[in-house]
Design a protein around this ligand. Structure first.
Ligand code: AMP
Ligand code: GLY
Length: 426
């Protein structure tokens, strides 16, 4: 079959790299893709949110499966758009309906979903202009730190952890009264601060059955030792040493099963990935957030560890045969280190030559492209996060050492990366 992947980052390169290996895939297209995806298939020059261009491509290229990487097209309703159109509704969309994507698109929706389904999470209340005064009162009597979240999508910037009431009150006013995050902060969720260590689990579900994929931990801060500004992610590891059977079973029974049951109760159409961000406090798991897609850079460590044919897994979502599938996982550790442009997550330059790119894949190391483009056969930087260097090893130090061997051969001006990915486990 012909397959179209939407998106342009390391996550989409990892999908393309894996899908290209499937005998079920004839022709692979990526829109808009990057210099890495261009080696796996054909890049198409339109945005992942350009629904009309997507429709035309589905028809002209006789696509049977549409794999949606980022959240934007999902929250904007790409699933519903395809299903509502007779000319393309035969295409399988890997991703949830717009109603289900609200789990990521609205923090208030996600919190209400968790409350309804008794899923452990931080206690919270939601506020908007209509109950603003109550919000001020709520903040003033709340224990510190206190967490404020813009309800809608805010490009990963909408969560503020405040250590004083004054800071929280100013942030609350900015969000509600001065539209700090535009319409995304018309509503604000205020919740208790969770202590512990973060990790993420991923499930592939048809809304009824599910497969649990390998867990991962990402490193969001720009600086070593988890300091400085938040980024899209500077690295990731999988598996996580503390993720034992006891913890896994708690996560399955208290979080994953009630989540899938919740989809059924609310009749939410969900054929895709659920990414559950967790805080583990004294071996007890709490949900921080749901995402309606895979993570980036988590995908760059999770996908290489899955031995199954990914297209076959996706096909099972449509056939209702997910319960027959056994996920086979590489027991080795995968670690990825992201090379970014100097200045990121603030201002940075693009169009810099990248040299030393080794053949895309060796036994132990895969170079996934994030923000790159191909101009006259030369790979140039085209984003803040540029490359994700994934390597296997027997453990985290070994995998990181392997990634750094490859990384040391790659160069672009003003490059930066964290040398301490996985540091807690060294
Ligand atoms: P989110 O966009 O909901 O994933 O939040 C971004 C980051 O903020 C998370 O990855 C956590 O590091 C942090 N965070 C969010 N909610 C909480 C919370 N209730 N307690 C502690 N940290 C949080
Ligand atoms: N790495 C976090 C995310 O993809 O949202």
């Amino acid at each position: 079959m012909n397959i179209l992947i939407l998106g342009s980052g390391g996550r989409e390169h990892a999908f393309a790299w894996k899908i290209k290996q499937s005998p079920l895939c004839n022709n692979l297209f990526i829109a808009p893709g990057n210099a890495g995806t261009a080696k796996c298939g054909t890049n198409l020059d339109f945005k992942a949110t350009d629904f009309l261009a997507i429709k035309n491509a589905l028809i002209e290229l006789e696509i049977s499966m549409l794999v949606v990487g980022p959240e934007d097209p999902l929250v904007k309703g790409i699933y519903d758009f395809v299903m509502a159109d007779e000319t393309i509704q035969h295409v399988q969309v890997v991703g949830p309906s717009a109603a289900a994507a609200q789990l990521e698109g609205s923090k208030a929706f996600a919190k209400a979903f968790m409350q309804t389904n008794n899923i452990p999470t931080a206690s919270y209340q939601e506020f908007d202009k209509s109950n603003y005064a109550h919000g001020v009162q709520y903040i003033n009597q709340h224990a510190l730190p206190i967490v404020l979240k813009a309800d809608g999508l805010a490009a990963g910037k909408g969560v503020l952890i405040c250590t004083t009431h004054e800071e929280a009150l100013t942030a609350f006013e900015d969000m509600i009264q001065h539209a700090k995050f535009g319409s995304a902060s018309e509503k604000v969720v205020i919740e208790s601060y969770l202590n512990g260590i973060e990790c993420s689990v991923f499930v592939l579900t048809d809304g009824k059955d599910y497969c649990l994929l390998p867990e991962a931990k990402d490193y969001k801060r720009i600086g070593e030792g988890d300091t400085g500004l938040n980024t899209g992610g500077m690295g990731a590891v999988s598996p996580i040493p503390f993720f034992d059977e006891t913890l896994k079973n708690k996560i399955i029974t208290r979080i994953i099963q009630p989540t899938i049951q919740g989809f059924q109760t609310a009749q939410m159409t969900y054929h895709g990935f659920v990414f559950i961000g967790l805080m583990i406090d004294n071996s007890e798991p709490y949900v921080i957030e749901y995402n309606c897609r895979m993570g980036d850079p988590e995908t760059e460590v999770v996908i290489p560890r899955i031995k199954n044919d990914l297209v076959d897994l996706f096909r099972a979502l449509k056939n209702g045969s997910l319960s027959n599938i056994q996920i086979e996982i590489d027991t080795r550790t995968a670690a990825t280190t992201i090379m970014v442009s100097g200045g990121y997550p603030g201002d940075y330059h693009i169009n810099k030559n990248i040299t030393g790119l080794t053949p895309q894949s060796s036994n132990d190391c895969i170079v996934f492209h994030s923000g790159t483009k191909l101009i006259d056969n030369q790979v140039l930087t085209n984003g803040g996060r540029v490359l994700a260097i994934t390597a296997f090893g027997n453990d985290i130090p070994n995998a990181i050492a392997n990634a750094q061997k490859t990384l040391s051969e790659i160069h672009f001006d003003d490059q930066y990366f964290r040398r301490d990915i996985g540091y807690e486990f060294m």
